[in-house]
Design a protein around this ligand. Structure first.
Ligand code: NAD
Length: 454
């Protein structure tokens, strides 16, 4: 099956079907139509998979996917144009250009937490760059996966764009094939499997992974605004099941009580006195992830540090927003990515110490700082390696199509969004064009002593 799919797409690509700007635009328009006409079905699938609140589905998946399509539609003709670059004196006379060439047949393997956006967004880049593409949505979000398998053939060219559904066996079979790029979103363990499979064919990869995203909170802030922005970036993003959701907060010992009180107040305002009943919080995706998260806070030395929340409902797969203060650094909560509604707060003596603490862990996908202190802002930008960063807010950097989105180190490699998606799925072909003049005889043998004097 995997082999046949790749064979068919290779034939379509070799026939040049995906190259014309018109084909690319037609597919992107098809995707826009699909999003507009099937918005209710997409919202329902996301609700089935995650109880995702419809407002979140719209803001974080549907509208972002649509604007990503439109941005590519506006850009492709310009992006496809060869980029003229200066010609070097050594090649005089000549003209030089960079031609963006489609890579060929590419594979997109997507994750369950934003199952619509994380599937369609790389596919948009692959199409814009003129590739044939196979999308393998996550089996852990089955409703969205099935919806893609049903809808994509209705709206885009099925000889060049295909959906293959399935779990590990199906993905493993896909990974045995030769691809021209593999774009993987998910965890670091599977990323290593993807990388090993890609190595067999020297296939380039983009790995969109996660990590522990820190939020440094200085006392020199508008606390009312800061806590709302932290809360919405954590619990308002799929109840913390987001790669760029705040994983832990760092603040000073002196400021922590005020920050905790303020977070408690905002949480109660957002999700009420019984957050397990709130329709504005996604559930945990499945019982495996529920057990994983519940185990993190059952550990005695962690449970003792809960200052807010901690309620769970296994039947409904719900976990309440939970704040923890000064959990020991060697616990599982503080060493691995949390990917759920638990938010530990770590305290330091001076806010400047927080940078060393962040840098003692793997490079995060996103790092956040809340502070009015310009010097601290500059130190943060200059000295914290991260996939991306945002000062005085959370998550929003992802919505700017002029910024690349991707990780560094353990949080991934390669980036996409906006034109970066086009570049991610293009080869930058170096082209030098010369005439027949400008002969430099020294380059031709025999390398006589006379020539070597030059
Ligand atoms: P997941 O379980 O949906 O897995 C991702 C994909 O990998 C799926 O399509 C799945 O079929 C495939 N897969 C799973 N096991 C495999 C195996 N053994 N061999 C081949 N393929 C396999 O998602 P997940 O990994 O639980 O996703 C959560 C992680 O992804 C978190 O670490 C999160 O931070 C990260 N993430 C990153 C981004 C980003 O854009 N950087 C976005 C979302 C999630």
């Amino acid at each position: 099956m995997a082999e046949e799919v790749v064979r068919e797409l290779r034939a379509s690509f070799a026939a040049g079907r995906t190259r014309p700007a018109e084909w690319r635009a037609a597919q992107l328009k098809g995707l826009v139509r699909m999003i507009e006409e099937k918005e209710a079905d997409i919202t329902a699938a996301l609700h089935d998979d995650l109880s995702k609140p419809s407002m979140e589905s719209y803001l974080h998946e549907i509208s972002l996917a649509k604007s990503s399509c439109k941005f590519a539609l506006d850009g492709i003709k310009k992006w496809m144009k060869p980029e003229k670059v200066p010609a070097a004196i050594t090649t005089f006379p000549s003209s030089a250009q960079i031609v963006s060439e489609p890579l060929g047949v590419v594979l997109v393997i997507s994750a369950w937490n934003y199952p619509f956006l994380l599937s369609i967004d790389p596919v948009i880049g692959a199409i814009a760059a003129g590739n044939a593409v196979v999308l393998k949505p996550s089996e852990i979000a089955p409703a969205t996966s099935t919806l893609f398998a049903k809808l994509l053939p209705e709206y885009v060219d099925n000889t060049c764009i295909k959906v293959v559904e399935g779990g590990v066996p199906e993905t493993s079979a896909l990974l045995e094939q030769r691809w021209d790029k593999i774009f993987y979103t998910g965890n670091g363990t599977v990323a290593r499997i993807v990388l090993a499979a890609a190595a067999k064919h020297v296939t380039p990869v983009a790995l969109e992974l996660g990590g522990k995203c820190p939020v440094i909170v200085d006392s020199n802030v508008d606390l009312h605004v800061a806590v709302k922005r932290i809360a919405v970036g954590k619990w308002g993003c799929n109840n913390g099941q987001a790669c760029i959701a705040p994983d832990y907060i760092i603040t000073t010992k002196a400021f922590a009580p005020e920050l905790v009180d303020s977070l408690k107040r905002v949480l109660e305002r957002f999700y009420g006195k019984d957050p397990l009943e709130s329709a504005d919080l996604s559930r945990i995706v499945n019982s495996k992830h529920f057990q994983r998260l519940a185990a993190l806070i059952e550990e005695k030395e962690v449970a003792d540090k809960i200052v807010y929340g901690g309620q769970t409902d296994e039947k409904k797969l719900k976990i309440a927003p939970t704040l923890l203060l000064d959990v020991p650094q060697d616990t599982a909560l503080m060493t691995g990515e949390i990917f759920g509604p638990l938010l530990p707060i770590v305290t330091v003596e001076k806010i400047e110490d927080s940078i060393d603490l962040v840098n003692s862990k793997s490079k995060p996908l996103a790092a956040y700082l809340f502070s009015r202190n310009k010097k601290l802002q500059q130190d943060f930008v200059a000295n914290v390696p991260a996939g991306g960063m945002l000062v005085n807010d959370t998550a929003l950097h992802l919505a700017n199509p002029y910024l690349p989105f991707g990780g560094v180190g353990d949080s991934g490699m390669g980036s996409y969004h906006g034109k970066f998606s086009f570049d991610c799925f293009s080869h930058k072909k170096a082209v030098l064009i010369r005439g027949f003049g400008g002969e430099a005889t020294a380059r031709y043998p025999p390398y006589t002593a006379e020539k070597q004097k030059i």
